[in-house]
Write a protein that binds this ligand. Structure first.
Ligand code: THU
Length: 130
């Protein structure tokens, strides 16, 4: 299944009763396996989690720590870019060259790399020697 189809399908499972904004994310990991996640909101609003975070958690839980490609989809007028926190989370497991495609349910797409999304990312290099 394509990343787009996987993200589109998992989006339906999003738990978003507070924002009404369902998001789906799919990651292709180094093995080729696709991991998916959706946003999971909570009545205690800050406890909600983003779709990207869910997909990353699924990938790591399955024993993988390298992502090669990502797709995020939502029903929005323009493609939804990952939030700041999720950009950092994606950068933990993906190189700057990783392509992130952001799609709308209407079929618009925007393609960026992780380096585009998070220029000057804080990385392990900043903690060299520790
Ligand atoms: N959200 C995501 O899951 N991913 C994004 O890239 C942007 C925002 C979720 C969080 C919250 O449940 C809802 O969208 C509205 O912010």
């Amino acid at each position: 299944m394509s990343l787009k189809d996987a993200a589109t399908r998992v989006r339906e499972n999003a738990h978003a009763p507070y924002s009404g904004f369902k998001v789906g994310a799919a990651l292709r990991a180094a093995s080729g396996t696709v991991y998916v996640g959706c946003n999971v909101e909570n009545v205690a609003y800050p406890e909600g989690t983003c779709a990207e975070a869910g997909a990353i958690a699924a990938m790591v839980a399955a024993g993988e720590t390298e992502l090669l490609e990502a797709y995020v989809i939502a029903d929005s007028p323009m493609p939804v870019t990952p939030c700041g926190g999720c950009r950092q989370k994606l950068a933990e497991f993906g190189a700057g060259s990783v392509v992130v495609t952001m799609g709308t349910t209407e079929g618009r797409e925007q393609v960026m790399t992780l380096a585009d999304l998070l220029p000057g990312a804080f990385s392990a290099d900043h903690m060299a020697g520790r």
